[in-house]
Design a protein. Structure first.
Length: 319
């Protein structure tokens, strides 16, 4: 009889468990604190749920190069506008892990922020926990609780927070990652940014789909970044032409750098387009700004053939 032994699942230490306070061996990473070190950290320490090491895609390298440049100082703030399903929460979790474990900062304080505490726990924070649990070296140096992670070996902390003015009081973060900026108001953004200014080398990065509200703080920041470029504010958007067909293959590839060229993507998007207003589809799935109102089920192109010049007479019945 053959007996097969299955490796025991790695257990998460409780919040009161003693964590290993020995320094994490980072000698295999490049010494310079730039995007190459981040990419090497991802490949060496982080894995996908299937166990494959994380290797940055070209568009993810572009993000990393923008916020962790080889030359010059890092920007203090950044904004990424990208469609749904393009791993924006994943890359935020990779950056959060890097800033907690490998950025070379003593007492790193990393904030992951969303519209509610539950969403912050469910999105970026949960992914960070998953990465830690899949790596024994990271896990044994961490104490994980419901909404925070501490790393005694470098006096670090990562905390999940709701994007409310009260919850953002009193922090001194070295890195902050704000999910879905399109639902955040200007007061919250200002609170996050001003808190980060307490450290000279801090980073605040927001990642979001475009807003439906043209008066949002995200729209204001994006417009200013495009009209007045600033080396301290990194901005990048993935979008497409509003005048093109919503299922234009070139537009889909341009706006969806992760999945746009994947077989079957157009048919999946076509199915979705039949279920939601075109304006919603263009904003969420193609990253387009200034789309028609989300309640508008018919596009202007569909309405144009129905236009008539006749003026209704007073009292005329309308059906």
């Amino acid at each position: 009889m053959t007996i097969t032994l299955t490796p025991a699942k790695q257990r998460r230490p409780g919040p009161r468990a003693a964590a290993d306070d020995s320094p994490l061996d980072l000698s295999m990473l490049p010494a310079a604190r730039d995007w190459k070190r981040f990419a090497a950290f991802c490949e060496h320490f982080l894995t996908h749920p299937n166990g494959e090491p994380i290797k940055l895609k070209p568009y993810q390298q572009e993000i990393a190069k923008g916020i962790l440049p080889v030359r010059g100082g890092r920007p203090a703030m950044g904004l990424l506008s990208i469609a749904r399903g393009q791993a924006k929460t994943e890359i935020a979790s990779w950056l959060a892990c890097y800033c907690l474990f490998a950025d070379g900062i003593q007492s790193p304080e990393v904030l992951v922020i969303a519209s509610s505490l539950e969403q912050a726990q469910r999105q970026i924070f949960r992914r960070v926990v998953g990465h830690i649990e899949r790596n024994p070296e990271l896990l044994k140096r961490s104490r994980i609780s419901r909404d925070s992670i501490s790393t005694p070996w470098n006096s670090g902390a990562l905390v999940a927070l709701a994007s409310t003015e009260a919850s953002l009081q009193g922090w001194n973060h070295s890195a902050g990652f704000l999910d879905e900026l399109h639902v955040v108001d200007s007061v919250v953004w200002e609170r996050v940014v001003t808190a980060s200014l307490k450290r000279t080398d801090s980073l605040t990065l927001a990642i979001s789909t475009p807003p439906s509200n043209p008066q949002s703080i995200m729209k204001e920041l994006a417009d200013k970044a495009k009209s007045e470029p600033d080396k301290n504010f990194f901005y990048r958007e993935w979008t497409s032409d509003l005048d093109h067909d919503p299922l234009c293959a070139h537009c889909v590839r341009q706006a969806r750098p992760l999945t746009g060229g994947v077989k079957g993507e157009l048919s999946r998007l076509a199915s979705l387009l039949r279920k939601v207003p075109e304006g919603t589809y263009r904003r969420l799935m193609l990253g387009q700004w200034d789309t028609p109102t989300d309640e508008q089920w018919l596009s202007l192109a569909q309405l144009d053939p129905l236009r008539v010049d006749r003026v209704l007479e007073p009292g005329e019945r309308v059906i």
